[in-house]
Design a protein around this ligand. Sequence first.
Ligand code: DC
Length: 218
Amino acid sequence: MIIAIDGPAGSGKSTVAKLIAKRLNYRYIDTGAMYRAVAWIAQKKGLDLTDESAMADIAGSLNIEFVPGPDRQAVLVDGKDATDFLKSETVGRGAATVAAQKFVREVLVAQQRHIGETGNVVMDGRDIGTVVFPHADKKFFFVADAEERGRRRYEELKDKNPGLDLKTIIEEIRQRDHEDRNRKISPLVKANDALEVDTTRFSIEEVTDHVFKNINNL
Ligand code: DC
């Protein structure tokens, strides 16, 4: 069984995807972390992120593993726990650049399909229901107002980033949306058969229950 959850940054998809995976005892695959991993390695090596063949080489040679743990799932990149590094804004911006590249997407989409073939998964991203698994068993498309998504991101980051500005974060969210929705390859778009879930005014628990009920046709 493959459950696809797509949507823009801050829509709550990864939080809910994790909880759904836990309830169903499925694997949770955060495909954004895979694009982030490519950007992270490229930035560490001081490479030009617009060099498409260099980025595709990195994507093809990286070993990305999702390792479930008691508190959180770790993302290992070539055996190293990169979970926290991958969350940074710099890496996020780099990820948007590499995610717009055809060859990087081909390589990572193939890896995602391979992971999906190995069993039950909840996979979140931007193109899971449209490109990676157009025949996914269940598809959801999460949306939420940009202001609310900015507030969520702010709450998540403020402790580790004193001086963080909410307005700037909302601007960045809008900018990221624009890039994700307007890129030529696999733009962020709702699959025709995906259920749209607006999370703006609902708690994580409410959204998770809603998705869970839909999966189980309750
Ligand atoms: O969800 P995220 O912020 O971790 O994603 C990082 C970047 O990767 C973001 O610009 C969107 C892009 N992405 C994508 O294009 N396709 C996916 N399946 C997942 C993420």
